[in-house]
Design a protein around this ligand. Structure first.
Ligand code: PEP
Ligand code: MG
Length: 553
């Protein structure tokens, strides 16, 4: 049977006819001129930009959640006054509106592509906005998705833009397969939020013939072309058995009753509903940076208090772990500039390192959190990102405690912190392992770079060793990177000593079911077997041998 392999980034299995989305908006001819009325031509360009911005905003508002954040950011690109000025300047010089738009976006694109990780990753989003504006101006229709296709289809593309995927649902799409993208790309994030299986970085995917029946395993990353009936039946049944989301309810626990609180990763109040609907027992990672992005000034103390209180109030009596602002590197902010240009931003002044330069922003945030907690019963915990030394852990913990936040901890995202977890443990209250960055820094492999996405799998034994070392230091140790969203990996993490698991809300029911079907000794055996392996593939196979009922693809 012919297969393609990529990175499985959203668990489960999906089967359907491949639908290839081809987005090619022709480049407007170089040297295209308008008929001599720059005012009318500029107005035409402005109107197209405004229509696209409005469409993106409306789609975002209709979707909510992560999709809304992403589409709102794209709408802002279309509304950027500097871009409009650039277009107007080119039109004034006689360039036709569509070519002026193309050239203006190109200039911004080059600036972005040279920028930091998060910004550079937005190039695809910028291209998508440009294509939509040019399509508006030239009357070329944007390629659409099949409306009522009869049966759910497998959407295959070079890459998917947030505007394409945001309006889809699992009733319409059986799975996503993209040739580009990584575990933290938009396709991956939105697929997980929708609960649709997805495989990204899948070489050869766009060579598929439209209508080919494909079976997509969003856990192993294997895409099987024209599979046999038996193969489809058993793979779908395996995936279903691995997590019949409604089958197990209640708090997270293993089959022998060992409690493992299952928490949600959220980016703000807009994701609280999803966390609650999926039965999260609290929040294990509140990424506060969404409140700070796309702004010229940090949000005021009062604004922060209001937003944090909204989240805390939604979880009475439950843990809510708030991560203080994780800026820098892939999330640059104009009011938190590094002290010098950074040739390698991911290795520069990010996370806690920026707070050493701008301590006031941290103390204001801590004060806002302390005030927000007043009058709520949520068990507020605060933690700092990008900690690499015991000194940093001590500094942050003391500041948090000075602000009245007794329960302070640190993220383990840097190998140095994991290696010296015992020293950090003497200086802080808890650990939360960010497996996304811990993978990035363990393998010196940019987490946003498509061809390096195989390094992002948490099944690498080197990563598992660092998690084990962290847990061994004896502090409560949560996992909040994407690893906890993989049901088999969740069992392994518990076997390594994780005390809580935090994940994208839709993954909570899957993980709950996987844990409920296995004992702590299954989890330990799976963890030990995985650490004895040499490759991530063998580690997964070895772990699954101790976790009956999980798909062994
Ligand atoms: C991580 O690095 O694993 C993490 C949870 O933080 P973020 O993905 O926000 O960097
Ligand atoms: Mg991180």
């Amino acid at each position: 049977m012919e297969t393609l392999t990529g990175a499985g980034v959203s668990p489960g299995a999906g089967y359907g006819a491949a639908f290839l989305l081809r987005v090619t908006i022709p480049e407007p001819p170089a040297g295209a001129r308008h008929d001599g009325d720059p005012v009318a031509e500029t107005a035409r360009a402005e109107a197209a930009l405004a229509r696209v911005a409005a469409m993106l905003g409306e789609r975002g508002a209709a979707c909510g959640g992560e999709a809304e954040e992403v589409l709102r950011a794209q709408a802002l690109m279309a509304r950027d006054p500097a871009l409009s000025a650039e277009v107007a300047g080119l039109v004034d010089a006689g360039v036709a509106a569509e070519r002026a738009v193309y050239d203006a976006f190109l200039r911004f694109r080059d600036e972005l592509a040279e920028g930091d990780g998060y910004v550079a990753e937005r190039v695809a989003d910028l291209d998508d906005v440009r294509d939509r504006v040019i399509a508006e101006l030239t009357g070329v229709p944007m390629p659409g998705l099949p409306g009522e296709a009869g049966a759910p289809y497998v959407l295959v593309a070079h890459d998917l833009s947030p505007a394409d995927t945001a309006t889809l649902s699992r009733e319409v799409v059986a799975a996503f397969v993209t040739e580009r993208g990584g575990p933290t790309s938009h396709t991956a994030i939105l697929a997980r939020a929708m609960g649709v299986p997805a495989v990204v970085a899948c070489a050869g995917a766009t060579g598929l013939v439209n209508g080919t029946m494909v079976l997509v395993d969003g856990t192993s990353g294997v895409v099987t072309l024209a599979p046999g009936e038996e193969e489809v039946r058993s793979r779908l049944a395996d995936a279903g058995a691995a997590a019949e989301p409604a089958a197990v309810t209640g708090p997270g626990r293993t089959a022998d009753g060992h409690r493992v609180p299952l928490l949600a990763n959220i980016g703000g109040p807009h994701e609280v509903a999803a966390a609650l609907e999926n039965g999260a027992e609290g929040v294990g990672l509140y990424r506060t940076e969404f409140l700070f992005l796309e702004r010229e000034e940090p949000p005021s103390l009062e604004e922060q208090v209001e937003v944090y209180r909204e989240v805390l109030a939604a979880f009475p009596g439950a843990p809510v772990v708030v991560r203080v602002l994780d800026a820098g590197a892939d999330k640059p902010l104009p009011f938190l500039r590094p002290t010098a240009p950074e040739p390698n931003p991911a290795l520069g002044e990010r996370g806690i390192r920026l707070f050493r330069v701008y301590p006031d922003i941290l103390t204001t945030q801590l004060e806002a959190l302390a005030r927000a907690a007043e009058g709520t019963t949520a068990r507020l915990q605060v933690m700092a990102p990008m900690i690499s030394t015991p000194d940093e852990a001590a500094w942050f913990t003391a500041l948090a405690r000075d602000a009245g936040l007794a329960d302070a901890g640190v993220m383990i995202e840097v190998p140095a912190a994991a290696l010296r977890a015992a020293d950090l443990a003497e200086r802080t209250g808890f650990f939360s392992v960010g497996t996304n960055d811990l993978s990035q820094y363990t393998f010196a492999a940019d987490r946003q770079f498509p061809s390096l996405s195989p390094f992002q799998t948490p099944w690498h034994p080197a990563l598992l060793d660092l998690v084990a070392l962290t847990a061994k230091a004896g502090l409560p140790t949560g996992i909040c990177g994407e690893a906890a969203a993989d049901p088999a990996m969740a069992c392994v993490l518990v076997g390594l000593g994780a005390t809580t698991l935090s994940m994208t809300p839709t993954a909570v029911p899957w993980t709950r079911t996987a844990l409920a079907r296995h004992t702590t000794s299954d989890c330990h055996a799976a963890a030990t077997a995985a650490r004895r392996a040499v490759t991530p593939e063998d580690a997964r196979r070895a772990a699954l041998a101790h976790l009956p009922g999980l798909p062994a693809s």
